[in-house]
Design a binder for this molecule. Sequence first.
Ligand SMILES: Cc1cc2nc3c(=O)[nH]c(=O)nc-3n(C[C@H](O)[C@H](O)[C@H](O)COP(=O)(O)OP(=O)(O)OC[C@H]3O[C@@H](n4cnc5c(N)ncnc54)[C@H](O)[C@@H]3O)c2cc1C
Length: 256
Amino acid sequence: MFTLRDYKSPETLDEAYELLMKSKMNKILGGCHFLKAGCRAYNVGIDLSKLDLNYIKVEDSEIKIGATITYRDLEYNDYLQNFCDGIIPKALKRIVSTQLRNTAQVGASVFSKYAFSDFLPVLLLLDAKVNLYNNGVMSIEEFINSDIKKDILVEIIIPNKDIHCTQIVQRLCCKDFPIAIVSVSKIDGEYKVVFGARPQKTMIMRDVSDEINTNGFDREKTLELIDEYIGSNNKAKKKYRKLLFVGLLEKALGEF
Ligand SMILES: Cc1cc2nc3c(=O)[nH]c(=O)nc-3n(C[C@H](O)[C@H](O)[C@H](O)COP(=O)(O)OP(=O)(O)OC[C@H]3O[C@@H](n4cnc5c(N)ncnc54)[C@H](O)[C@@H]3O)c2cc1C
């Protein structure tokens, strides 16, 4: 369990960011699930709950999701049930437990760029953007590949474009961390493939997508193309993971 010397609940983003930058041991508080998993002694805990970031705004061209929205809010949002084949609620409902999803926040989850994240592959598939207080608006792909360490994630912006997508996730057992995530979309006949839990950070598999779009899916060719992008960790070795990714990809493509 972590400890705090002080707790502040700023009323403006300017104030929150100023507090964050005052000391490297000042920390933004989300739902605190991951913070609780560590045992660090922080200086000031910064609560964002007075900043009115608890919104899901569906506009003509964009869907804006405020940082303090929880996974459960997204899971039960009416508009998202059918948007892009319901990929957002479907991806989130598999994460741990209702109790965790009730309080785990979107801003914390996305800013932390967890390689095992069920949500990041979906955001990559949907061409989402993040709005950061200091670094401004950038694509989720640029953000994942950036080395931004300290900032406040204010909102996530998703193009309001209904496309066909699917995500298949493999876990060693229910509620465990994923060991392979394959997300696929099809727009105007073109597939886009995203891999998560490789176990390195989530990425768009451009070579794989191009190959499928040009020559169709081929197991052997895909195994060759993904070789340098798949690795091992304590949950699954590279050899097994590669076969898993190819199998899941074939299954995902079969859904279109
Ligand atoms: C046991 C366990 C199992 C999990 N399994 C999965 C899983 O299978 N799949 C999956 O996708 N996720 C999983 N997660 C992650 C979970 O879904 C949340 O993403 C995670 O807990 C972070 O959310 P939080 O609100 O608890 O963040 P916190 O623990 O409160 O914060 C995490 C970090 O984000 C920072 N932060 C908070 N808000 C912001 C902000 N607005 N801007 C910038 N930085 C911010 C905090 O300072 C901290 O460094 C798991 C988590 C746990 C604890």
